[in-house]
Ligand binder design. Structure first.
Ligand code: ADP
Ligand code: MG
Length: 248
């Protein structure tokens, strides 16, 4: 088999064993630039564990995860973030006592050098970037509001904004629309479609209507393995998927 070319992320033979139980078992998939890949599957299928493995939170037992040809499995979590992979967990973790602006500001990447007058210029750059992100996440009118006063959905968007301001090339989101209103789900689909204009996204999701609105391709996971992969239309028509998952 020839190695696939032009992929942002290559996952090959990814396996993790927890005391002999393979939560993720010989999983391979490839994510292209500007793709929204959705991972679906029953509870306990291994979806969250896949994201944990890619972001370095859980150490793999076997396999390879290459991001822009760099092997992630030997890197620490912070190095993986630095390489351009952002991860959002299921529950929003914003700083409730800080404003929307401040939440975005503290998420702006550190490590720049600040010398005298340049600091002033940098502030302008950061301000502009915060404004741009706030518009993207539908919070431009809430910048001076404390995060505590945001709705659950708005907090989820803010956390996505806190990742976007770090400019990741790959963004991973675990059930971002859980607990959101219908209107918020529609806007989140719009947000994801905006995000993939210049980066790739991997999303774990249960809401099939939402998946249809956002997915470039879908991976169906079952007992740690890839049950089916392809367009939403393809996996929906796959008898294996209907039997173990959509049929329920
Ligand atoms: P999903 O997100 O698809 O619902 P998970 O990835 O959270 O599933 O879990 C897959 C399986 O792996 C489950 O049976 C879960 O109990 C198990 N699991 C996940 N993390 C660990 C861990 N750190 N130690 C032991 N078992 C784990
Ligand atoms: Mg999960």
């Amino acid at each position: 088999m020839t190695a696939p070319q032009g992929y942002l992320l290559k996952v090959e033979g990814l396996t993790v064993s927890f005391d002999g139980f393979k939560a993720v078992n010989d999983l391979s998939f490839y994510v292209e630039p500007n793709e929204c890949r959705v991972i679906i599957g029953p509870n306990g299928a291994g979806k969250t564990t896949v994201l944990d493995l890619i972001c370095g939170r859980t150490k793999a037992t076997d396999g390879s995860v290459k991001f822009r040809e760099k092997e992630l499995l030997t890197m620490r979590e912070d190095q993986i973030v630095h390489a351009g992979v952002g991860r959002k967990f299921q529950t929003p973790s914003v700083y409730e006592d800080l404003t929307v602006f401040e939440n975005l500001e503290i998420s702006y990447p550190k490590g720049y050098s600040v010398f005298g007058a340049l600091a002033f210029r940098r502030d302008a750059v950061v301000q502009e970037r915060i404004q741009e992100i706030a518009e993207m996440i539908f919070l431009e009118d809430m910048l001076s509001e404390k995060a505590a006063f945001l709705s659950h959905g708005q907090k989820q968007w803010l956390e996505i904004g806190m990742l976007l301001i770090q400019d990741p090339e790959l963004l991973m989101l675990d059930e971002p629309v859980a607990g959101m209103s219908v209107a918020e789900r529609v806007k989140t689909a719009e947000l994801l479609n905006r995000i993939i204009a210049d980066r790739s996204v991997i999303v774990i999701e249960h809401d099939m209507g939402f998946v249809e609105d956002i997915a470039t391709r879908v991976n169906v996971l079952h007992q740690g393995k890839m049950l089916s992969e392809g367009s939403m239309a393809h996996v929906k028509a796959d008898p294996k998927v209907i039997e173990v998952y959509l049929g329920h």
